[in-house]
Ligand binder design. Structure first.
Ligand code: SF4
Length: 230
């Protein structure tokens, strides 16, 4: 049997267990040829706090990323087979998977720095494209960051609650109108913004029926006594 050199992929599956790939424009064909579906991926939106595998630190995203989903509660790519080492779409795997050399990070770093696949390239329905754009504009993480900065300086919490409300509303709206299935919402609208608050130092307490209170992670409740509702 031929000995593998240290510069060959051993298909051990270790990289696939640490993270799923972010997609690049050349990966769009995987959707058009049916290898991937929109239910297989999710969006990390511009301005969101994420753990960056390349730098090994938490940072705000400078552009949106579309990633293949992970197994629930793990970072394991959903396409890694049950044996822990076999890719179930190996012959059609995304660009990052083809590029990654665990013995030499340079090619992946170069690819990672290049442009990423964006949602608008994959959405064909004009009205859904517009809904996604509208959601992005009304609930951008830049707006959320501004609202949180103002709140920390004694400003109102309404602008933040308006953003969180609209993020929830649009998900309900598209499902009630049967415009989108629940499994493609993480692609179209990213993670629910309530889940992203902790990156900004806040969390919500309460529930949707009674309303939520916006609470600083340092334990300081906002000065307004009236709980905001989302
Ligand atoms: S798509 Fe395949 S090669 Fe790429 S991370 Fe997932 S399992 Fe690994």
């Amino acid at each position: 049997m031929r000995e593998l050199s240290p510069s060959e992929c051993r298909q051990c599956g270790t990289c696939c267990q640490k993270s799923s790939p972010t997609l690049h424009p050349t990966d769009a064909d995987l959707f058009f040829t049916g290898v991937l579906s929109l239910a297989d991926v999710y969006t990390l939106r511009k301005g969101e706090f994420v753990f960056d595998n390349i730098s090994g630190s938490v940072a705000r995203l400078e552009e949106e990323h579309i990633k293949i989903g992970e197994r629930p509660g793990t970072r394991i790519c959903r396409y890694l087979g049950a044996d822990g080492s076999t890719c179930r779409i190996y012959d059609s795997r995304p660009a990052q998977c083809r590029t990654l050399e665990c013995w030499n990070p340079d090619p992946l770093v170069a690819l990672y720095d290049s442009s990423k696949l964006e949602r608008q390239a994959l959405i064909r329905d004009k009205s859904i494209k517009e809904l996604v754009l509208h959601h992005e504009e009304r609930t951008s993480f830049a707006r959320l960051a501004e609202g949180i900065q103002a709140l920390a300086s004694g400003g109102p919490e309404e602008p933040i609650l308006d953003i969180l409300n609209f993020d929830l509303y649009i998900r309900d709206f598209v499902m009630e109108r049967s415009l989108l299935e629940p499994d493609v919402l993480p692609f179209h609208f990213g993670r629910p913004m309530i889940q992203c608050l902790s990156g900004f130092g806040y969390r919500l307490e309460g529930d949707r029926g009674r309303g939520y209170v916006l609470v600083s992670e340092t334990g300081n409740r906002p000065s307004r006594p009236d709980p905001g509702r989302v």
